[in-house]
Design a binder for this molecule. Structure first.
Ligand code: UDP
Length: 240
């Protein structure tokens, strides 16, 4: 069931339910793409209709940030849970490892995808890393041809938003992959270059605060995030 938060229709799933849906995509001989919007996406999509359409056109729209979950609650249409992209990605890797399959990693700074791939395959030996490409390329079509030639089943697209979502919507079906996921900075996490917040912070819904503490340069970007909550409250009172 979908629940709308400021123009984006989210899937209301637990992490386990999202993993089941993703596993079904990986078993089907057809292209699917999954997006993991946080409050920054919602604000950007308000101004960019193309981005909004690409997000709402995804096979699965997972709430990545606690800000999305709070906004949904304020709107009176609560979501079951936050489903961080990096956790969904880990579940899909486990699923690919169980059935055996090919993984392509697209995005992040040069060297990061290779390191992430090395670590992933070390822990999940039934996965074949069929290719990597950094995220700082000019020729989109050339990258598509490279990805398609590698014949992946699962494709992580980590170019930052909205670039990664627009890339998946435009080129994804030509890659031959069964499932592409837009994952922002996840390759930096899988490569061990960025650490996620400790579980105690995550449980309290404070992953954003931990991120701000470790990367203070994000302060300007993050300062706009409470705006999503204010907008949600405004919409709720308009309805009342
Ligand atoms: N990135 C990229 N190409 C670009 C811009 C960004 O590959 O043109 C990468 C960047 O290196 C980082 C990821 O995209 O690994 C996204 O980072 P961001 O912090 O924006 O995403 P978030 O973690 O907030 O989802």
């Amino acid at each position: 069931m979908k629940k709308e938060v400021l123009g984006i229709a989210f899937d209301d799933l637990t992490r386990e339910e999202a993993a089941q849906a993703g596993a079904a995509f990986l078993a089907e001989d057809k292209f699917h793409y999954v997006v993991t919007p946080n409050p920054e996406f919602i604000l950007a999509a308000e101004k960019d209709g193309d981005f909004r359409r690409v997000l709402n056109g995804a096979d699965l729209v997972l709430p990545d940030g606690i800000g999305v979950v709070y906004s949904a609650k304020i709107l009176g249409t609560p979501l079951k849970s936050r489903v961080p992209g990096v956790e969904f990605a880990a579940d899909m890797l486990d699923c690919l490892n169980e059935r055996g399959g090919r993984l392509y990693l697209l995005g992040a700074k040069p060297g990061v995808a290779e390191e992430a791939g090395r670590r992933i395959v070390e822990q999940r030996p039934n996965i074949t890393l069929c290719g990597t490409q950094d995220g700082y390329f000019k020729d989109e079509e050339a990258v598509l041809l490279k990805v398609a030639a590698a014949q992946p089943d699962l494709l992580f697209v980590c170019l930052g938003a909205p670039k990664q979502e627009k890339w998946m919507a435009r080129w994804g079906r030509h890659t031959g992959a069964r499932l592409a996921i837009g994952l922002g900075g996840a390759l930096d996490v899988f490569a061990g270059r960025v650490e996620r917040a400790p579980e105690s912070w995550q449980r309290l819904g404070l992953e954003w605060a931990y991120r701000l503490k470790s990367e203070p340069r994000r302060a300007v970007r993050m300062a706009r995030l409470p705006l999503v909550l204010v907008k949600a409250a405004g919409q709720r009172f308009k309805k009342a």
